[in-house]
Ligand binder design. Sequence first.
Ligand SMILES: [Zn+2]
Length: 452
Amino acid sequence: MQNIILDSYVAKIHYFCSKSDGSTGFEMINLFRDISIRTKIKNIGVLVMENGSFEYGKSNQTFLKIYNQKKVLNILRNVELSRIELSSVSSLDKKTITNITKELLGKNQLKVIGHSTMGIGRPKEILGLNGDFTYCIGVDLGGSYISGIIMDFAGEVVCSHHVELSNHMEPDTLINISFNLIDNLLKKASMDLEQIEGIGISIPGFIDKATGLLILSENLPEWFNIPLKQIFEERYGLDTYIDDCSRLMAKAELWYGKGKGVKDFLVFDLGLGIGCGIVIDQKIYAGASGKSGEVGHTVVDVNGPLCTCGRYGCIESLASEWALLQQVNEALKNGTETILRQVMGESKESPTVRDIALAAELGDDYSTDLLIHTGKYIGVGISNAIGLFNPSKVIINGRLVHDNELLLNTILDTIKIETMPQIYEDTVIEESDIGLLASAIGAATLCLKKYY
Ligand SMILES: [Zn+2]
């Protein structure tokens, strides 16, 4: 690979690109229309990191060293390897690999996890990430729950905590519950703040990533212009990162789940709202202004019900968790014949999605019809997105489909019916195996970006 340095002026230009080989530099140069900027490139070549921005060093050596260290860590995040295997996978010569792994072992970012006796010669050390190197906190602020984890450097969840919320809460209350949850996690893991790298927060909504300001969250009424980053940094004194829950769910799949090694895929976050994380060429696609993936707010019925976004007939207004519960509560109020009230018990004011799924399993016609109706709308939304992106894989996750076979099967059947057969047959559709902690895991990965 050609080594490339950009001076600080040019390096400020951000460019989303997946390639990190020599050809990328030429592609980028073609993008520069301003000849005065173009002449400022001192050498040819570009290093494009995962966050879509350039990183550059003061010298070629610094630049290349950081790049190669990140390359090795990225490979070992996916698979544990010997130095010879690392050399082959990374296309770096054995001497470079020896030097890099020596430094990373010295920093405690890597550890020897075993020995391989395969092949000739002495047993070879197998290297992997050292989970104990550092820890991150990930918090998923859903509209109806908060989940939190402590995750180690190798991506293992050390401990988790989950709190169900009964109603929409004001920002101050929810933030205080989040503080309690973080304190609880630290206590559970017997850790203190010195051991924590940072805090990542997942929230549904539009976020100014530079300032960590939550601009708005449709699923959290009253949440406008909340300086979330600042609030958490002041409380804990740790770097805090914020991003949208669906994109973070996709990040978790990309790093640790069924998206590992998959070039292009979509992750559907089916919960209180309906979101979509888009991965193109192994990078999260955030959109021109960081608002991609709003599949839930595509209109499927122009005469449909009012949505949280202020328009009518979005998929989310017909088939999200909040829409489902709104329809059920209306039906219960109107005396619709259903066993839901018995299933949910007298103590609850409103059923949960799990109650509806259970009632359907017990043969309740109303709940069965409702889940089929909901599944069809979601299936149409996913099918439309498949038609737009032609992903090689679709991963389905979220509280709506968790332990809800009827809904999941209806979604899968609808996708099959509504997607063009030629596109459908090229698409693998799977349920996530990370499950409900995916957005919290994705949030925790935000704290590790300087290493990868
Ligand atoms: Zn909407």
